[in-house]
Design a protein around this ligand. Structure first.
Ligand SMILES: [Cu+2]
Length: 473
């Protein structure tokens, strides 16, 4: 066994531990948890890769809390670079949001920072660096606040963090996207690998980066994580799209699952075998293992790519067939066909909108520059007052989809292309090419909040602004 192989196994065990039900007595009850930003070695295509990671001193990856817990964490930066962590989907006081230079200073190498606030809202959240392009170097981990109902159910839970992986440095990937090509196109619009090159500017552009691998809990399908489950048992999957710029479709193959939550927030249960999962979004899916005792693969298929990642749920004595790293056909375009079917299980209380804010999602294909002008003004923040019901009207004028994330608030999706509905509560919504999506939220968390596209390269190239409360202290 090589050392890289061993560290891979240690990593997998740690992930499994993070996903397991930990008895309350095993944790320092109410005590401060330590999360370390560190480097680690993973194995991709038989080669060792050194990347960033987040783990507790025990080796457990990320953090799992219970409903009612206080989020009481010290982040220790053991990296040689400045960094930090953002708690994606939690709504902390703004100073504790972990966005460098907006909510607070970044954490210098060798330094630490403490956070303490109620761990709300409950559900499947995640954590990642909001500093530079570190997220592409896998500086991300699950952050689960287990619902009392999920704990009481005694159901097995499996947490899966999907990520996109490249052997190329993130800065080089961004540089390449910005390089002009003949005919005014950029590398960003040139399809490589299993995609054909499209010179038609009216055609949607599914993805810009040609990744070398997709990972599920750090592993490719050449050597996937195999989780032992009960024959015919029920499993709650907590799926997190922690990739930098890849939308996925979760594919249960011949089986159906029941969607319980999106972005950690309950929806009216929806049965399907395919579930779109845009960058930064999460989905909790309840699956029942087949009565015939067969293993069940859970795949994440890349949008417009044959490349896929996944895990396998294995009942006792079930054979695990070899899974293809590349699927037979490219994964479907990720759109809002399922989104429009979702209904919040606990919608926002009815209230008239006090403020409607137009946000255009804009960009050019010629220089890889992106923007999100507010009221038509590029660089302007969204301004709100405490107590208002705010509506964001996001109109995508570009030919790429944008997974839009508002910090510090949970919003409800209320309208897609003029169709009104009582949609899901989310923190990240995909706005497809030429689409208009409306969301509403209550301005109840004063501060300065990041509001941006969660495609890392779109954000780095300008699709980022803030939401600012008037007169907050
Ligand atoms: Cu975008």
């Amino acid at each position: 066994m090589t050392s890289s192989r061993r560290s891979l196994l240690v990593g997998a065990t740690a992930l499994a531990a993070a996903a397991a039900v930990v008895p309350r007595g095993a944790q320092a009850a109410g005590g401060q948890r330590i999360l370390r930003l560190q480097t680690r070695q993973i194995e991709v295509d038989g080669k060792a890769a050194t990347r960033y990671g987040v783990a507790q001193p025990s080796g457990a990856v990320g953090l799992t809390l219970d409903e009612g817990d206080t989020f009481d964490v010290r982040v220790e930066n053991t990296l040689k670079v400045t960094s930090g962590l953002h708690w994606h989907g939690l709504n902390p006081p703004w100073r504790q949001d972990g966005v460098p230079y907006i909510s607070g200073p970044p954490i210098a190498a060798g330094q630490s920072a403490a956070y303490k606030f109620p761990a709300l809202p409950v559900g499947t959240r995640w954590m990642h660096s909001h500093f530079g392009l570190q997220e592409q170097n896998l500086l991300a981990a699950p952050l689960i606040v287990r619902e009392t109902e999920a704990i009481r159910s005694g159901r097995q839970e499996v947490v899966v963090l999907f990520e996109d992986f490249s052997w190329t440095k993130p800065a080089t990937l961004l540089e390449r996207l910005r390089q002009p090509m003949a005919g005014g196109m950029t590398m960003g619009s040139m399809k490589m690998g299993d995609m054909k090159m499209s010179m038609d500017p009216a055609k949607p552009d599914l993805n810009d980066v040609d990744y070398d691998a997709y990972l599920a809990n750090d592993r490719t399908l050449a050597d996937p994580q195999v989780v032992d489950v009960e024959r015919g048992g029920e499993v709650r999957l907590r799926l997190i799209n922690g990739s930098a710029s890849s939308n996925f479709t979760i594919d249960l193959g011949a089986y159906e699952g029941t969607l319980l939550t999106v972005d950690g927030n309950p929806v009216e249960p929806l049965k399907a075998s395919l579930f779109p999962l845009a960058v930064a979004q999460r989905a909790d899916i309840l699956v029942r293992l087949p009565g015939d005792g067969q293993a069940m693969p859970v795949l994440a298929r890349g949008e417009g790519r044959t490349l896929q990642a996944g895990i396998v749920l294995r009942p006792p004595r079930a054979a695990v067939a070899r899974l293809a790293v590349e699927g037979a056909v490219p994964g479907p375009a990720v759109g809002l066909q399922q989104e429009i079917l979702l209904r919040a299980a606990r919608p926002l209380p009815a209230k008239k909108v006090d403020r409607s804010v137009p946000v255009d999602l804009a960009g050019t294909m010629t220089g890889y520059t992106w923007s999100m002008p507010v009221h038509g003004m590029t660089g302007a923040p969204v301004t709100v007052a405490q107590g208002e019901r705010v509506e964001l009207v996001m109109r995508n004028e570009t030919m790429m989809a944008h997974p839009m994330h508002l910090h510090g608030h949970s919003f409800q999706v209320t309208e897609i292309n003029d169709r009104k509905f009582s949609g899901a509560i989310r923190d990240t919504i995909l706005v497809p090419p030429r689409a208009t999506v409306k969301v509403v939220f209550d301005a109840d968390n004063p501060g300065i909040w990041a509001y941006h596209c969660h495609n890392l390269y779109h954000m780095a190239a300008g699709m980022f602004t803030t939401m600012v409360y008037r007169d907050f202290t």
